[in-house]
Ligand binder design. Structure first.
Ligand SMILES: [Zn+2]
Length: 297
């Protein structure tokens, strides 16, 4: 089984177990597909495909966002798990039964940064099929690794620097969990959306007979002011993905979480446009404050 086939099988098998109704899932996928045409697309292969020790994906450095992370060759260690070792004695044993654990250090390629990132995860062996230079089919066992953790965590997309701390905190929590628990990661995107609505001053509850009646996320999204009305459809899609992530019966894949990130990236770009401030407007702010400018975070 080649790498592309492996990735496709993985996606298909998870989707087959997806318990969102086909109509609902189709709707979200269609929306995500339409969005991909307009919005910045995440390098999905780098975040979801397994990698070989000799060729790790182009993971961007989480600290400088300029360099890419390279595995420090001497640091890469991998071992078979206990159960994997024990399984060798089984008469039907096959290399595809092998399970590894790995750990390694990565270093940023940017000479001005050289950040160190540690990673760990799992490994496995599959048969790769290919054609040699004469066009003759060949096959060989190949070992692949799949990350579960990075520290410091990778940034799956670059959010604007001036978003509120509460929104950023939840997105960072999501990035931390992306590789080991996509459903938890989707749930944190949903919480970041709740916090975004609060930052936009959308009310959280109504008061009736001195009692607070809390609004659900759907109701809050519908309260968006006219200037952000065009975001409703995007925000509802994040809500559906977050809902699926909160229910243990519903499977969420890395692709689903990346759908949520791409939609959130678009939303934050609209709500917090990165305008270039002129020196004059910055000076005006400093003079008004008679001191350093107030930062949101
Ligand atoms: Zn760096």
């Amino acid at each position: 089984m080649g790498l592309a086939q492996l990735a496709e099988n993985e996606r298909t098998s998870v989707l087959n177990g997806h318990s969102l109704s086909p109509a609902k899932h189709g709707k979200i996928s269609l929306l995500a597909h339409q969005l991909c045409v307009q919005i910045k697309v995440i390098d999905r292969k780098a975040f979801k495909l397994p990698f070989r020790k000799s060729a790790n994906p182009q993971w961007v450095c989480p600290t400088c966002s300029k360099g890419v992370l390279k595995i420090e060759a001497d640091s890469f260690r991998f071992e078979e798990t206990r159960d994997s070792k024990r399984a060798h004695s089984h008469e039907a044993w096959d290399p595809e039964w092998i399970d590894y654990v790995y750990s390694c250090s990565l270093i940023c390629s940017n000479d001005n940064c050289k950040e160190m990132v540690s990673s760990s995860g799992e490994g496995f062996v599959v048969m790769d099929y290919y054609y040699d230079e004469q066009g003759i089919p060949e096959q060989e066992w190949e070992t692949y690794f799949r990350p579960k953790y990075f520290f410091p965590h990778l940034k799956l997309f670059q959010y604007p620097p001036d978003i509120t701390e509460q929104v950023a905190k939840e997105l960072d929590a999501s990035f931390e969990l992306f590789f080991c628990s996509p459903s938890s990661a989707a749930n944190h995107v949903r919480i970041s959306l709740e916090n975004l609505l609060t930052a936009l001053k959308i009310k959280r509850f109504n008061t009736k007979a001195k009692r607070r009646l809390y609004l659900n996320l759907h109701q809050r999204i519908e309260l968006l002011p006219k200037k952000h009305e065009n975001l409703q459809e995007l925000l509802l899609a994040i809500k559906w993905l977050g809902n699926a992530g909160s229910h243990s019966t519903q499977s969420i894949t890395k692709d689903d979480v990346m759908d949520a990130y791409e939609i959130m990236d678009e939303v934050l770009g609209v709500v917090f446009p990165q305008q270039k401030r002129s020196a004059r407007s910055i000076a005006k702010e400093i003079n008004k404050k008679k001191g350093p400018r107030k930062r949101k975070r």
